[in-house]
Design a protein around this ligand. Structure first.
Ligand SMILES: [Zn+2]
Length: 197
């Protein structure tokens, strides 16, 4: 039974264990979205039986996501760049892809920043070698950016089992697109919500 923990702002923070959920509940730091879920969760805890399905809870107070939580490592770069070579656009299995330093480390490029690393297929990486992209007529599909604001996106890609529950919840609490009458403050709050495209 995965537990998806949301920030008070509704942004997904983490997938936590049932044990961690109990701790957060004891400390009164999280809330359920409806009383029915809370009641069945409490019943499960009493009977010590494992429930089915995804539980979504929300922190009562917002926490700031520290930037250091999201490292520009190979796994996260593959997720950011959608397993796609940023030079030729080919999509491939992870083992067929490499991480390219846009400005080669030997020429002063950063070895571990989001901005200087992109996913590249072996062919493009071989062609690029110790050059700048323009020197070998390669062009980046898009400027490499940190994923600070896409943390939720990464989290849901890593935990596809909770994605459906999260999207269902968003549909039930989000006003329909273009229908501002149902929730006047939606425009302000939507800005803080993750992009799920
Ligand atoms: Zn390529």
């Amino acid at each position: 039974m995965p537990v998806l923990l949301l920030n008070a702002s509704m942004q997904p923070l983490n997938v936590i264990s049932r044990r961690r959920l109990v701790v957060l509940l004891t400390k009164e730091r999280v809330a359920f979205f409806d009383d029915g879920v809370r009641a069945s969760m409490e019943a499960e805890l009493e009977q010590r039986r494992l429930g089915e399905g995804v539980i979504v809870v929300r922190l009562l107070r917002n926490v700031t996501i520290p930037r250091r939580m999201i490292r520009a490592n190979r796994r996260n770069l593959l997720l950011r760049d959608a397993h796609t070579c940023q030079y030729c656009g080919v999509q491939a299995a992870p083992f067929e892809l490499t991480i390219d330093h846009v400005v080669p480390v030997s020429r002063g490029g950063s070895s571990n920043s989001w901005e200087n690393q992109v996913v590249a297929c072996r062919r493009c990486n071989g062609r690029k070698a110790n050059h700048l992209p323009e020197e070998v007529h390669l062009r980046l599909a898009r400027p490499p950016r940190p994923v600070v604001h896409e943390y939720a996106h990464l989290l849901l890609m890593r935990h596809p089992e909770v994605r459906g529950a999260y999207e269902d919840l968003m549909r039930s609490v989000l006003p329909l697109v273009g229908d501002d009458s149902r929730r006047p403050s939606s425009a302000d709050r939507t800005a803080a919500w993750p992009q799920l495209s």
